[in-house]
Design a protein around this ligand. Structure first.
Ligand code: DQA
Length: 143
């Protein structure tokens, strides 16, 4: 089964972001980890990244139309994009929100997620392993 993995703004630049917060993997390595975690759980992951809100909304519409399960790290959009929230709400297959860091343990503006209320669940704070845990969660939800 196909799953769509959506990564939001600045995640393609993990190579220059703070590794003490986001971990040691660069984006290419993160994609490889996601693809192999998906495979071990019986999924084929279509992993995409965009810095653009409209592009992410279009991908969520695509998942809603095709009834594709979604893993999404909305990055900074997590905290204020009502448009991404409304698009995520259209996805009727499971949708898991993931974060590399634990936003609740960081600056106050990161304590709000406008996405969590429409996500099946949220996994945060486990570094790249957050995505692997999300694949396990999806497998359990879909069996
Ligand atoms: C993030 C957390 C967000 O607050 C931040 O803006 C990001 C990444 C994470 O994966 O930890 O860009 O979503």
């Amino acid at each position: 089964m196909k799953i769509l993995v959506i990564n939001g703004p600045n995640l393609a630049r993990l190579d220059i972001r703070d590794s003490s917060i986001y971990g040691d993997l660069n984006y290419k390595e993160l994609v490889m980890l996601i693809e192999s975690s998906a495979k071990s759980n019986g999924f084929e992951a279509d992993v995409r990244q965009s810095d653009d809100e409209a592009t992410i909304i279009g991908w969520l519409h695509e998942a809603a139309d095709a009834n594709t399960p979604v893993i999404i790290n909305p990055a900074a959009f997590t905290h204020y994009s009502y448009a991404i929230r409304d698009a995520a709400e259209l996805v009727k297959a499971p949708l898991i929100e993931v974060h590399l860091s634990n936003p609740m343990a960081r600056e106050e503006f990161r304590h709000t997620s406008v996405i969590s209320g429409v996500a099946t669940g949220t996994i945060a704070g486990f570094g790249p392993n957050s995505y692997a845990l999300a694949c396990v969660a999806l497998k359990n939800l879909l069996k």
